[in-house]
Design a protein around this ligand. Structure first.
Ligand code: CDP
Ligand code: CDP
Length: 226
């Protein structure tokens, strides 16, 4: 449609991408797409099928056959795998510890990236992940690289973790660092800041401050795009 742009938000785990992306989409009346949820859904499917996350051949062919749907819901987005709502289940520590290995598999990325591009076919999308600005939507009018210190990211995650998955803060910090390392060092579309991305460090910013910065940036990009 006229006047719509695409917004890519990338960054490390717990920087606030999904929270912020959802709110930006709400304010602009755009569609929010959480690509991390798709990698999580594949990881969940592999676990359930008893496939090791490191078994790239088996995980790859599973990824090709899975029926993954992202549906809009009250609080943003619902993830449906083979007809089953797995939105909550894909947030577990079990998945956190395995998802980066699944996400490093070429066949997995090929399938999910093509789904993501299809979902963003029409403009008016806010998409968050690791490789959105660099690979999935290289032509996005606005690219944001959202970061924060690893300590504050671990603290934020600690506060939202349910009792069942509780580990101490130091342990959680190590697990986040490990996932960031795997995501940044993998061969295919690693987590890196796009050259033309605006870097926002949210370490000492509130969610609302980050949201309004991005909404403001989107207005200037919209004018430029005309
Ligand atoms: O929310 P959080 O930052 O913990 O993670 P997420 O965005 O749900 O992503 C989970 C994992 O999926 C990441 O650690 C990456 O391994 C992978 N991922 C990716 O490789 N590419 C994306 N575009 C999004 C996620
Ligand atoms: O998607 P990503 O992994 O980048 O992060 P998130 O799940 O959106 O945010 C992690 C947590 O940090 C959430 O509980 C947010 O409410 C919180 N947060 C915050 O406290 N301050 C910010 N400026 C951004 C996020």
């Amino acid at each position: 449609g006229a006047g719509l742009i695409n917004i890519a938000i990338d960054g490390p785990a717990g920087a606030g991408k999904s929270t912020v992306a959802r709110k930006v989409a709400e304010q602009l009346r755009y569609v929010y797409i959480d690509t991390g949820a798709m990698y999580r859904a594949v990881t969940f499917g592999a676990l359930r099928a008893g496939i090791e996350p490191g078994d790239s051949e088996q995980v790859g062919s599973l990824a090709a056959s899975l029926d993954i749907r992202l549906l809009p819901s009250e609080n943003g987005q619902k993830v449906v795998l083979g007809g089953e709502d797995v939105t909550e289940q894909i947030r577990s520590r079990e998945i956190n510890l395995r998802v980066s290995r699944v996400a490093a598999i070429e066949q997995v990325r090929t399938r999910l990236v093509s789904m993501q591009r299809e979902l963003a076919g029409r403009k008016g999308v806010v998409m968050d992940g690791r490789d959105i600005g660099t690979h999935v939507l290289p032509d996005a009018e606005l690219k944001v690289f959202l970061t924060a210190s690893v300590r504050i990211r671990a603290e934020r995650r600690y506060r939202e973790t349910g009792q069942a998955d509780r580990v101490d803060l130091e342990q959680l910090e190590r697990e986040i660092e490990q996932r960031d390392r795997l995501d940044s060092e993998r061969e295919i579309s690693p987590l890196i800041c796009a050259e033309d991305a605006v870097v926002i460090d949210s370490t000492s910013l509130t969610i609302e401050q980050v949201v309004s910065q991005i909404v403001e940036l989107s207005r200037t990009k919209k004018v430029e795009a005309k």
